[in-house]
Design a protein around this ligand. Sequence first.
Ligand SMILES: [Zn+2]
Length: 275
Amino acid sequence: MSLQQLLAAQNQYPCLSGISFNSLTTFLRMACLARPLIEFQVEDRRRPPDFLHCGLLELLAATVSNRNLDLVQTCWAAFKKIIWNHPEVQPTEEEIKKYNDAALCRGTSFAHLLPPVRVCQDSYCPNYRDSEDIMTLKEPLSHKATMHTLRNGALPVYRTSLYCRAGCHRRYYPNYHVRKSTSLRTYYGGVSRSIQVAQHFYIESPLLELFANGMVFGWLSSSNWARIYNIALARTESHVLNNKIAFASQLQSSTRPKPTLRVPSRMYIAKGICV
Ligand SMILES: [Zn+2]
């Protein structure tokens, strides 16, 4: 965002003058994290919605520690085009925790797992479209899940699927879609950013790459990888928590919050399948 855009927004919305630069930066980053969810909730994704519904306003307000929903709505009106076209944000550990503190109690999460498509993929279905811009899939269903990541540990996430009710009766999940009449599971093309390895468990592709290389070059078994992940990677401060005597002074003086996992996060191995 350029200084010119910032000044133009301030001129158009004078009430933004009272917001600190730090709060504004936090709002923009949190709104960028929420953008996939906002896009998922609008029918036409070619332009940002003029107004956010109450649930999204409360979520963003909670992430910036501001209870003034009108001010959050004004911030959205002022910066929605910037947020809509902004490249993906790489959040810090603290930002993920702050976002999840506000999101998990509202039925969403950081890295909320969504179907990669918004229209039916069957070219004979009336809900098929050449473009993904206008959503034709309906009836979202959400469940809790766990995402195992390489850099952020095991994260509680929500997963949402969509249904083609008026057409072919397929349900679309983050990795695949299932036709109701045959229960046939069809995976999308390409490699997903996260792979579903059990009903409610996903593993990020970079973590799977680490597992694969450990098996090829280190001859590590699946069960040993599970032990390594649970001890050293599942918690973002494992090096401190696993060595409490060595890091005693840091543990006592640290103001950083300890990792909190709200859903089962341990990884188990059975017959080569990570769950
Ligand atoms: Zn369909």
